[in-house]
Design a protein around this ligand. Structure first.
Ligand code: URA
Length: 241
């Protein structure tokens, strides 16, 4: 979680303007995790550090919409209801708000999937012009060659004739004994099954695919199949990434 200046946090919690909050800090009216803070450079972790103003805990205003980060398991489909009775992401995320998945992960791909009831957010995150990075961990059969990495990086022609945009590719592990390569691929497009198709385009079969991050928000600390709410800062960070 990104740290922000205490006066900015206080202002965002509706205490007063940033300038006025600076004065409150220097007057000793603010406590962070039980300790009075008077230094203006102090940074806090929103929603983690406990901040009190004149003995009242400060809180961020309630979000208008709901944003959920799910670590989708394989075998679950990214739809609201499935005609074939397969498990759907909404079977895992049971909230009263009518949240929808933001983009999709195919049934055999695990990892970061956002669900929200904010239609504007869905539009902004899924529209290719906003170029939000998505980071995938891909395991393929075989040992990848340098020229194949370059092909993936420069863009490849995938099924349907589409030329993919430049991608970032880095090798995580080459296991000669098991004959597999694990790599990280960062793309900012969202064509259907794009990563699998990119690997197919260089003649490689994907054996495991996991989306580790959307923008800067990852699922490393979220057990597979579980979910958590995203806070205002995380939502902003995704839109800015
Ligand atoms: N690329 C794929 O191949 N599958 C996904 O689910 C997402 C990206």
């Amino acid at each position: 979680m990104e740290e922000i200046r205490l006066q900015k946090y206080l202002a965002e919690c509706g205490i007063a303007s940033r300038r006025k909050c600076e004065i409150y800090i220097t007057l000793g009216k603010v406590r962070v995790n039980g300790v009075v803070v008077t230094k203006l450079g102090t940074k806090v972790k929103p929603l983690i550090d406990e901040v009190f103003f004149e003995d009242k805990k400060v809180m961020l205003p309630q979000q208008k919409y709901t944003y959920i980060l799910l670590n989708k398991p394989i075998g679950v489909v990214t739809t609201v209801k499935d005609p074939f009775q397969r498990p759907c992401v909404l079977d895992l995320v049971k909230v009263k708000q009518r949240v929808l998945p933001v983009g999709r992960l195919d049934m055999y791909t695990s990892g970061a999937l956002i669900l929200t009831d904010d239609g504007d957010f869905i539009y902004r995150v899924t529209h290719p012009k906003h170029e939000i990075n998505k980071t995938y961990i891909v395991t393929i059969v075989g040992i990848i060659e340098e020229k194949e990495i370059q092909q993936l990086q420069q863009g490849v022609r995938i099924e349907g004739g589409y030329q993919t945009k430049p991608a970032k590719v880095s090798i995580i592990k080459i296991d000669k004994e098991k004959n597999i390569t694990r790599m990280e691929i960062v793309i900012h497009e969202g064509k259907n099954r794009q990563v699998r198709k990119m690997c197919e385009a260089i003649g490689k079969k994907v054996v495991a695919l996991h989306r580790a991050k959307i923008g800067t928000i990852g699922v490393k600390n979220l057990p597979i199949g579980s979910w958590r709410y995203l806070n205002t800062y995380e939502v902003e960070a995704i839109l800015k990434s």
